[in-house]
Design a protein around this ligand. Structure first.
Ligand SMILES: [Mg+2]
Length: 273
């Protein structure tokens, strides 16, 4: 991770530092601008989904939607009725309201307020919920954090909800940028938004291989549309066979190190520049 790179004594104006870590050689590309700003590039950028990829789905999150529908639009919408898996929060709100007969103009007028109610309600409800980190996730993030990889998020969660979930589960320290469901309703757009944010910290964030890791066909399709490599993990409602049908670059049964961990490393190795 960026925060772990602390080799300032080796900095020149532009250059490459070669490291040979166990089994895998890495190169750190860096430059210093005339204003003294320090940029560094990694070997790859990994963008993680949250729900059913890093964490189990949150009951508080689902309940928060219902509060938003009731308070802002006066309806009792059912999130499950529109198959929310892999959809952005903006998209979920719009689809549920549309299904309940709310017209587009009314939705547009109340969308921001609704997202605000959802975010606020989630913050209150989650205080009473024990969020669950999926098996292998901490081990994987710890391992990846010791390599020159840029770790970010591409999640349909509203931004405040995403960070709150990661904060409460101790995973926030691994990530510092992302694309969120409050940014856009179309998931594939979140990839570019995340990479633009990453460039603030790392000038070449998008010029190295980018992997999108998620649990649904919508994650895979978003990654393909955005032109990045896709890793599908069957820790949500979709099986490995179902995910395979959408032709991701890698399919894993989980993020446990024993379940295909080597595949990710192999991909990174072949992605060396
Ligand atoms: Mg998910």
């Amino acid at each position: 991770m960026l925060a772990r790179f602390d080799e300032k004594k080796n900095i020149s104006l532009h250059g490459i530092i070669n490291h040979r870590l166990p089994a895998i050689p890495f190169q750190y590309y860096f430059s210093v601008t005339s204003s003294g700003k320090f940029y560094i590039s990694m070997n790859a950028t990994l963008l993680f989904d949250i729900d059913n990829t890093l964490l189990k789905g949150s009951k508080s999150h689902r309940q928060a939607f219902h509060e938003g529908f009731t308070q802002v639009f006066g309806i009792r919408g059912d999130v499950e009725a529109i198959n929310p898996h892999g959809k952005t929060d903006r998209q979920i709100i719009t689809e549920v309201l549309t299904q309940n007969g709310v017209d587009g103009e009314t939705i547009a007028e109340g969308l921001n307020e609704c997202m605000g109610v959802v975010a606020h309600t989630f913050t209150e409800l989650v205080k009473h919920e024990q969020l669950i980190v999926l098996d292998g996730v901490v081990e994987l993030l710890e391992f990846l954090g010791s390599y020159p990889l840029l770790l970010g998020l591409v999640t349909g969660n509203l931004e405040s909800i995403a960070w709150e979930k990661l904060q409460r589960t101790g995973l926030k320290k691994y990530f510092f940028f992302g694309g969120f469901g409050s940014d856009h309703s179309i998931r594939s757009r979140l990839v570019a938004i995340a990479l633009n944010r990453a460039r603030v910290h790392c000038s070449k964030a998008a010029s190295y291989p980018v992997f999108l890791i998620g649990d649904t066909p919508r994650d895979i399709l978003a990654g393909k549309k955005a032109g990045v490599l896709t890793v599908a993990v069957a820790t949500g409602v979709y099986t490995q066979d179902e995910l395979h049908r959408h032709k991701p670059d890698i399919v894993l049964s989980s993020l446990k190190p024993s379940e295909g961990f080597e595949d990710i490393i192999d991909q990174l190795r072949t992605a060396q520049h």
